[in-house]
Design a protein around this ligand. Structure first.
Ligand SMILES: *Cc1c(COP(=O)(O)O)cnc(C)c1O
Length: 367
């Protein structure tokens, strides 16, 4: 008797949370620093009046998928259709659905650590065995060793996050090619998580084709200023989209989210401008961090991973919180001892962060 026991294999799975503190400057979860354009909100509110509340939403989210395909093909050498796209409640739901479809119980996935903790977490919750391959100390990948590990461990799914969260590193095209070839050789699926793809140069979208075992996941949470919406998508071969469609719950994507996503895509130009502005702010932040004298790693995303000089990440994190600046404390994460991750914010927020950091580090050297 007593409370029902959770699955044995869940007892070791840790949750994934970033503290939601009430501070002035929030640079901890890589969101866009500003809301979507006001015209987006106006248009959305207008079309939302037309929702048939008593009816289930468009089951396959066809109009939204068609628009995503259009926008992702715009100005590119590749051309996708709605049949290459699957949308869900955040790219986390996309990732979970992919793992349920292609991995799940009795199969294994491979992650290149340190990386986005949700890849391993979601896989474990889905019952998959997780193999972790360590990146080098500078967080680059030893491609030959990674390929060898794929050949030997024969994972059903290989996760590659590029630009990688939390390190910021972008993978080179030959690396992605090599990992894809190795994954295909063992009949697996390569999932390239491009939550930060728009901030980077190369996109694995260029590799997506019917005869390639690769899908790319993207999200409205970072670039599209719409983390509140919970909307993400994958672009992949049509056979992968059809397979995942059998796994997602019926009507999983509500009518308002579908509408908001479709309207947001009309503001593509504004989003590209914002991405460009954030990239130039990132470069300013990187230069200022170098000036302050922290260790940092190259970033192709909208955040920067750094380690304060004395390596006391916890104390520096708290010092920043005391000055109403919240960054991500990664210092207790494997391989990231003493590290903090700061999201690129507005110029004012970045200045507030840099000022607070200088203060905290100044006072810590005075000790
Ligand atoms: C933020 C993030 C996501 C986005 O998840 P959503 O569920 O779309 O909000 C996915 N992957 C990585 C690596 C991220 O950092």
């Amino acid at each position: 008797m007593g409370r029902p026991l959770i699955r044995d294999d869940l007892t070791l799975v840790e949750g994934y949370h970033s503290p939601q503190l009430d501070v002035r400057v929030r640079l901890n979860t890589n969101e866009a620093p500003v809301p979507p354009p006001p015209e987006f909100i106006e248009t959305f509110l207008t079309v939302a009046r037309g929702v048939s509340w008593n009816r289930y939403p468009e089951r396959s989210a066809a109009p939204l998928r068609a628009r995503i395909a259009e926008v992702e093909s715009d100005g590119s050498p590749w051309s996708f259709t709605a049949a290459n796209v699957l949308a869900a409640n955040g790219s986390n739901e996309v990732l979970q659905s992919l793992v349920l479809t292609y991995a799940g119980a009795g199969r294994s996935v491979l992650c290149f650590e340190p990386t986005y903790a949700l890849h391993a977490h979601i896989s474990r919750v889905c019952g998959s065995a997780v193999n972790e391959f360590d990146r080098r100390d500078d967080f680059t990948l030893d491609v030959d060793a990674a390929v060898e590990t794929i050949s030997r461990s024969r994972p059903s799914v290989v996760f590659l996050c590029s630009p990688n969260n939390p390190t910021g590193r972008e993978e080179e095209p030959p690396t992605v090619e090599a990992l894809l070839a190795a994954t295909e050789a063992v009949g697996g699926l390569l999932i390239v998580d491009e939550a930060y793809g728009q901030f980077a140069g190369f996109s694995a979208l260029s590799l997506v084709a019917e005869d390639r075992n690769v899908v790319v996941t993207r999200t409205f949470s970072k670039t599209w200023s719409a983390a509140a919406l919970r909307l993400g998508y994958l672009i992949g071969p049509t056979w992968a989209v059809s397979a995942v469609e059998q796994v997602v719950l019926p009507y999983h994507l509500d009518a308002l989210t579908q509408l908001a996503g479709t309207v947001a895509l009309d503001f593509d130009g504004a989003m590209r401008d914002r991405v460009a502005a954030l990239v130039s702010e990132r470069e300013r932040l990187v230069a200022a961090l170098a000036e302050i004298g922290v260790t940092q790693w190259p970033s192709g995303a909208n955040f920067v991973l750094f380690r304060p000089p004395d390596g006391d990440g916890d104390a520096v994190w708290q010092g920043l919180v005391d000055r109403s600046v919240l960054v991500r404390n990664c210092s207790s994460w494997p391989r990231l001892s003493g590290c903090l991750r700061v999201t690129v914010g507005t110029p004012e927020e970045n200045d507030a962060f840099l000022g607070a950091l200088s203060e905290v580090l100044g006072s810590s050297t005075d000790r």
